[in-house]
Ligand binder design. Sequence first.
Ligand code: BES
Ligand code: ZN
Ligand code: ZN
Length: 490
Amino acid sequence: MNIGISKNLPSTIKTIVIPISETDLKTIDFQKIAQDFGLNDLFFKDDFKGELGEVQVIYGSTAKVILLGLGKKMVFAKILKVFRILSKKQVKFLSPKLGLSLVHGSLNETEPKLLEAAINGLFLGIYKIGRFKTKEAEAHPFSNEEAQLHILADDNPTLQQASHNGKAFATTQMKIMDLVNAPSNKKLPVDLGNWARNSGEEWDIPVEVWDKQKIEEEGMGGLLAVNQGSYHPPTFIIMDYQPKSGEAKKTIGLVGKGVTFDTGGLSLKPSAGMPLMKSDMGGAAAVLGAVEMAAKLQLPYRVVGVVPSTDNSVGSNSFKPSDVINSYSGKTIEIIDTDAEGRLILADGLSYMVKKYQPDVMLDLATLTGSTVRTLGYHAAGLFTKNYELRDALLEAGDAVGERLWPLPMWDEYHEEMQSDVADIKNLGTRPMAGGITAAKFLEFFTEEHEQWAHLDIAGVAFADAEFSKQKSATAYGLRLIIEFLKSLK
Ligand code: BES
Ligand code: ZN
Ligand code: ZN
């Protein structure tokens, strides 16, 4: 779908969306709307309240007008959601030639970020979850090559950029949603590697995908231990984006948990929730997507994404509770519970990142603990860092794009829970408490005291209830958050 911007509506466009917030209802010039689109009378305006997600369709003599309610406060995440629902759920009213007015309603040229949200949402409405259904679903009007979205506004570079970004984000978000929604038999660790390779080819990003032999040579003991019970070899994926023009202002290291399925290993999970564990690579998806997005937007930073990937399965050679394993850092780990596997592969990813790239800022994203889900539910990811400046910057970025975070403490007292009698550290705390925090303290042990490191536990938010699926599905959480954070860096 192409996007055009001008004050004059092309004659081909007969369907136009006018977004209106509840608070603006009194000041909207409905007379002008009626005149511009040949609406016969103004009765319609009394029915429309501007409530969040409200849709009223009015058929005029020259166009069909869709009034779209934006609710009370116009914030990025709500606008994105309303437009996504319009695009997905009210698809019968839409057309491959669609207008979006920035002159008649509440969205206008002064807030390009909200236009970006609207376009992001419209494009996300194309997303279909049933990739493996044999009967082809009906095509969305926007997925047509000839489709056109026309923004009714005075053309200017800021609006062009906003609409371009809205579409660009949606495209990468849908790609990573496909990854997270895919069942584990369709996304082996090599497939994550191929995703990265393809993205690298498309966006000119150097990519390395290590195979098992190379992982053994490098001594990635955490990744290899988790992989021991699996039929499928692990991969270690590196995407290394560097700006084309000028020197990178900073190096940002991103590490993502790429467990393609988490059975728990010998510390087997109960079967009820197990299908959800195909989403245990949600951190990897966010990281791979963020590097792609950084390249698309040509951000002035080097952004290195590292993803250790394996499934956590049960096999005759599975690693066992009480085993002592080695890690890339040289530190030894006593295994208490094979279901605490994410931290083992991240330990290797984090120490590799620090040693090889010395990033100025290092973030890891992982569907790491059920404990954090029980603490924060589905509305925020857990944020773990000792650096208060970094904490505030991340909180602000998350709020701005509606991918919320909430901080939990990282005091050293929690580390005592992780002390082992037989190795340098154990992979599960002694007492069943503060599981999200003790997991973060475990990771910290492998960061070489990096001063600008934050861990994001996204277990509750990567895969969630949505209006678009009967069961939980991928959210693309983290992609927008990371990019917003990068843009805020000085
Ligand atoms: N992948 C899970 C965490 C998870 C839980 C992700 C819920 C998404 C939704 C992780 O590997 C895990 O199994 N964590 C265990 C750790 C426990 C053994 C200490 C947990 O949190 O229950
Ligand atoms: Zn687990
Ligand atoms: Zn896991």
